[in-house]
Design a protein around this ligand. Sequence first.
Ligand code: F6P
Ligand code: MG
Length: 446
Amino acid sequence: MDEPIEKREAGMRVPLSAKYETSFAYKTIKDRLPVIVSSIADTLYRLKKNILDQHGQAAVEELKIIIGHMSKLRHEISTDKPVTPLTDNRSDTPVWNQYLQKQTEIEGQVPTWFSSPWLYLECYMYRRIQEAVSLSMRLQSLDVFETQKRSSYLLSDGAITTLLMYLMSVVDSCKTASENDLHFLFKEFLQVALWGNRCDLSISAGLGNAQKECILTKLESLFPNILVNDSELAWQRLVKTRSTRGSPGRIDIILDNAGFELMGDLCLAEFLMAGNLASSIHFHAKAMPWFVSDVTQNDFDWTLQTMCATNNLAISRFGAKWKERLKSGIWVLHQDDFWTTPFDYSVMASRSPRLYQNLSESDLIFFKGDLNYRKLVGDLDWNPETSFTTSLRGFSPAPLLALRTIKADVVTGLQPGQDVKIAAKDKDWMIDGKWAVISFSEPKQL
Ligand code: F6P
Ligand code: MG
C-alpha cells in the first residue's frame, strides 16, 4: 500500500492529542511542551543579572515582558486555547499567519493546541517563543536555549575528546588508505553522525541529554537497531560521482542539534574531505532558536571558537582547521527561513524555489534527525512498508540520505512484518529514540 493512511480528510496530519507517550521524564507531548516553555522562564530569570550588567535596566524590563509572554504561552498550551496570529515583524510573519488562516479553513475553526496537526503546532510553539523575543527592542538576538545547548556540549566533553583524537588518526591514515578502508570508515562516521541524534534536548524537555560515553565503542552493539540501512547506496553514489566527474562532489548537511550531534556531523564532513569523497561541504543551520537544541549560526560559531580555546591538541587543531575551511569557502554555512516554517519538504520547490535550486547543486544531501525526517515524509500516517522514495512525494532536489533516530511515530521503508517484530521487543520503539534509519533516495535520471 503506497498511499498514506489519513486519519482525517486528505492533507490532514495527526493531531497532538493522538500521540503516544514517551519514555522520558515528561511523558506526553501534551505535558512536554508546557515544560519546555516553563524552563525558558527559569533560564531567563537566571540571566537577569547578566542582562543588567550588559544591557542595563531597560533590557531587564524587556526580559520581564518576555517571561510574561512565556507564562501566557504556557497557559494557552495547557488549556488548549485557539492559536493566535503572530504580531512581530519578522520576514516570515505573513507566511505563518497565512498558514493559520488556511488551517482554520481546513478545520472549519481556529486550530487549538491539541486538536490540530502536531507538526504544525510543535513548530508554531517555537515560532511563538521567537515572537516574544522579536517584540523586544534590546534583546532581539537573545537565544533562550543557549545555556542548555552550551552545557550539553560541555557535558559531552569526554566523548568529544575521544572522537576527535580518533578523527585525527583517521585523517592521517586517509592518505594511504585503501578503498576498502575508506568504505569501512565511511560507514563508521555515518553511524557516529546517526547516533549523535539521540542527544536532542526537545525530546527530553530540555533536561540534560549529553553524550557521556565514547560513541565509537557503542557502534557495534547499536548496529542491530538500525532498521533501514542504505549506507551502501550512499557510498556507491559518492564513488560514482567522483569517477564520472574525475573529482569528488559537493555534499550538503541539513543540520539538526548542537552539542555532540553537531560534533559527529563535523567529523563526518572532515572524513569526507580527508578521504577525497567531497570537495566542498555546505551546512544548513536554523535561522532562529528551534526545537530547543537545533544549531543556529551562533551555535556553530561558538562550537568552533570553544574548540580553538581548548587545550586538547586534537580539538583545538580541528577547530582552527574548520574555521579556515569556512574562511576559504570550501565549507559554507547557510541559513534559510524555510527550515523554520511549518511546511514539509514536498512543497519546498514552490515555497522556497531558491533553496530548492541551491540544494539541487548538491551531489548528496544528508538530512539529520527526527524533525527533518518528519518533514521529508510529511509527518503522514504512512504504512511502514511504503518505500522511502514514495513517502517523499516528489521531493528530489538531489540524492539524499536521512540519518535519524526514531522519536516520532512515522517511518517508511521497512520490510514486511519488521514493525511487528520490533514492537514485540520494544513497545515504545517509534518514540524512544533507541531505533534508527539510514534511508537513501535519488532522482530517477541518475
Ligand atoms: O517527540 C520527539 C520530538 O520532540 C519531536 O517532536 C521532534 O520531531 C523531535 O523530538 C526532535 O528531534 P530531532 O532533534 O531529532 O529533530
Ligand atoms: Mg532537533
